[in-house]
Design a protein. Structure first.
Length: 178
């Protein structure tokens, strides 16, 4: 994987979560960016839901600007009937990227500029981002201990499974009450 200091053996960890921060799919890639991973992650979520006996697909997928890939967005919407909401440019950018205007770019900016669009996009920050923050900082998982794709993928899925078990345990304690 290319890094600031040349190439390093590294992986890009991906997760897809529901509104309760339950990890539905966890994958790793060797690509530094998220550009080509929207459709594979949605496919992984649908496959996991299928294995769990849940036929219902998510009504929408919300992802950050790094996932903007029109081919993947079209595939998810057309093949699966899932609405895709991705900010075409980072929130810190005041003006659109050069050449990224018109058509789908402007349409997505308008959709995300609505009250409902802003609400859905804000939920992304409250669902998936805390999973990474909790994993890196609270659980002190800053690097993979294993080497090789299969081993790292297994390690990442194990970490995400324990995240889900922690959520389940906390939910059971809260439901039991004092």
């Amino acid at each position: 994987m290319r890094a600031f200091r040349g190439c390093v053996q590294g992986y890009n960890a991906q997760v897809a979560v529901n509104e309760s921060q339950i990890v539905l799919a966890a994958e790793i890639t060797v690509d530094p960016g998220d550009f080509s991973h929207l459709e594979p992650m949605v496919s992984a979520v649908v496959a996991e839901l299928d294995r769990a006996g849940i036929a219902e697909t998510p009504p929408a997928v919300v992802a950050d600007a790094g996932y903007w890939n029109e081919q993947h967005m079209d595939a998810v919407t057309a093949e699966r009937g899932i609405q895709v909401l991705i900010r075409p440019d980072a929130t810190k950018r005041e003006k659109p990227r050069p050449g990224w205007t018109g058509g789908r770019y402007d349409w997505m900016r308008r959709v995300l500029g609505t009250e409902r669009g802003e609400e859905l996009y804000r939920k992304r920050k409250q669902t998936v981002e805390p999973v990474f923050g909790h994993t890196k900082h609270n659980r002190q998982f800053g690097r993979f201990q294993r080497r090789g794709r299969v081993a790292v993928r297994t390690e990442w899925r194990l970490i995400m499974m324990t995240h889900n078990l922690t959520k389940l345990h906390s939910h059971q304690i809260a439901a039991a009450g004092p």
